[in-house]
Design a protein around this ligand. Sequence first.
Ligand code: PMP
Length: 326
Amino acid sequence: MTTHREPLSSVLETIGETPLVRVQASPDEVPVYAKLESFNPGASIKDRIGKHMLERMLERGDVDPGGTIIEPTAGNTGIGIAVAAGQLDLEAVFVVPERFSVEKQQLMRALGAEVINTPSEDGMGYAIERAHELASELDNAAVPQQFKNPLNKEAHYEHTGPEVHEALDGEVGAVVAGTGTGGTLMGMAEFLREQHPDTYVGAVEPEGSTYREFFGEEIAEGEYKTEGIGTHDIETNVLFDPEIVDEIHTIADEDTHAEMQRLAAEEGQLVASSAAANSLAAIDVAERIRDGEIDAPYDSVVTVFPDSSERYLSKGVYRSFEEWEG
Ligand code: PMP
């Protein structure tokens, strides 16, 4: 277990055991608690999978010390992998579509990684292809591929889920979280359902994302500004298991933007857009548990605040909705 009360030898030891803080706008009868993942050294939830995937891949011999990790990533995962790679004697190379925030790319480079940009219009699919091509040209290289890698989900099954369970003395009524790869929600949900099979599980996506297609709905795909969650092609979301999900919460960018500003102004929470979407969905679930519309085994809801708004200041997150570039 991480302890912040004694000297540590590496930032890797500070990953996880993040604070669990009440969302003050949630109902008294059914509080929402959020894991503040910006407390990780790379300042996002993805430090957890960076450490977990690389440590396990080294143990299994997928890659040996001195080797190269290549990942197609929109950013936070790159930072998480770069933090871990630097401490585990691995090189890191990231293939990043241009449209993602420049702050993240600067941080990856500062951590010693190489960043290769691909055109935004070619999307994540092309970035994935390039990463595999690059890996095949090198000896001793591996592509963790967070979208497909069960170790992504396992990091949350082994750590994030148990941490909230322990902090709430086992009384977790619902888990509600945004899904990009789905690793966070799937890992936490699988662990929490094992503790109590009736735990409510809510997935969060921005309007314009097509996760509802997993439930047979026809969805008009659209652009959205909320960063880090949602999908435009559910075939890439192989970790997402609709069987374990009670409901998908689709949140409009305008509402997310207002909640991001409210969380800062009223709750001192400098969190980014995916956290704000999670907050709205989790509060909604809490109110419905209070009103008897959702049956949950306990009167509490947990969510995650994956990263900090500071990472997106250049995109105007605290300006007007129209000025927010997303
Ligand atoms: N929020 C942010 C800011 C992210 O970068 C991500 C990862 N894409 C998520 C939420 C979603 O996490 P996951 O990939 O585990 O579903």
